[in-house]
Design a protein around this ligand. Structure first.
Ligand code: C5P
Length: 228
């Protein structure tokens, strides 16, 4: 089977408090999205990189992406939620993807994905039927709050993981799952809703999602201090 990357990049990034959607915020002199797409385009195991942009995206054309090579395919078909954007992307590549091809869905907002993350994910999931996702064991002690913001319970963290991306699933299973479960914040939950059990592949904290302004500084530091 082949491996396709699908990058939802049609969000507005409201939590960053900036007018520019976060995928286009400058990071080391490039749009954040450039770093994200660059590592995927350079991965030898990935055949094509589809990026889902919003229909009215006015920013994409302002930058030069040619350096990323012929694997990169922009598609202007994003939807109102992340799951809608991913599903629109899956529908758009229906002619290209075989049932058993793998799709690696990766947040535009995770620019510090490293080659080893991609290699490990693909290697560990190669023999799996369903697929899985990068994740890190939870380090903090977790509290469940009641409506008054008093602690109602401490949640044992031993078996809790934080989900990251890429999340890698077979084209047909992922599409079927998302067609029926749209209120999800990641692809794995759509497969879980269908009764399937995605596998967790241990990642690390460097594959962070840029959500708050501080994350941009962390991302810059990580990219600058990465050994080639
Ligand atoms: O907002 P959040 O950080 O959860 O977004 C995760 C990813 O989903 C981002 O890469 C964002 O661009 C993308 N997204 C999208 N379409 C939406 C909302 C978010 O492609 N409608």
């Amino acid at each position: 089977p082949r491996h396709f990357a699908l990058v939802p990049a049609a969000g507005s990034g409201s939590r960053m408090g900036s007018a520019l959607p976060k995928q286009y915020l400058p990071l080391l002199g490039r749009p954040l999205l450039f770093h994200t797409l660059s590592v995927l385009c350079q991965a030898p195991d990935i055949d094509k990189v589809f990026v889902v942009l919003s229909v009215g995206d006015a920013e994409w054309a302002r930058h030069d992406w040619s350096e990323l090579g012929p694997k990169l395919v922009p598609m202007f078909c994003g939807g109102p939620s992340r799951a809608d954007s991913v599903l629109a992307g899956l529908r758009a590549i229906a002619n290209e993807a075989e049932q058993s091809d793998w799709v690696l869905v990766h947040d535009a907002a995770r620019p510090c994905l490293a080659p080893w993350h991609i290699d490990k994910l693909i290697r560990e999931l190669a023999g799996e039927e369903v697929g899985g996702l990068l994740a890190v064991p939870v380090a903090d002690t977790l509290k469940r709050a009641d409506s008054q913001r008093h602690v109602a319970a401490t949640v044992p963290r031993d078996s809790l993981w934080q989900a990251q991306t890429p999340q890698m699933f077979r084209y047909v299973m992922l599409r079927r799952a998302l067609e029926s479960a749209r209120e999800v914040t990641d692809e794995a939950s759509a497969l879980e809703a269908a009764g399937l059990h995605p596998r967790l592949v241990e990642s690390d904290a460097t594959n962070l999602k840029v959500t708050w302004p501080l994350d941009l500084h962390l991302a810059e530091w990580i990219l600058q201090n990465r050994e080639e």
